[in-house]
Design a protein around this ligand. Sequence first.
Ligand SMILES: [Zn+2]
Length: 103
Amino acid sequence: MRDELDRSIAILQGERPAPLAGEGYPHDSADAGSTLSETDRTEAILDSARGQRTEVLAALARIDGNTYGRCVDCGVEIPEGRLDARPDAARCVNCQAKRARRR
Ligand SMILES: [Zn+2]
């Protein structure tokens, strides 16, 4: 899963036009609008891929620390069904819901 994300991030970074390319970067002003939205979309995907990668790395750290499969907040065992759906889930459904409400 981590390798997959690493690949996706690498591909997205390759596709993304360099934000500060400086001289020599071909800039078509007529096309600026569509280029910008395309860049924004790639950035958004990149952001979520990076966020997911952080979650996966945290899950791998928990596997190393033998705390994987337990809620990081209350320590309860996360049901297998939830781990199947979200292998990188750090919290039980209750704590995740509490956290979401706090935001
Ligand atoms: Zn919990």
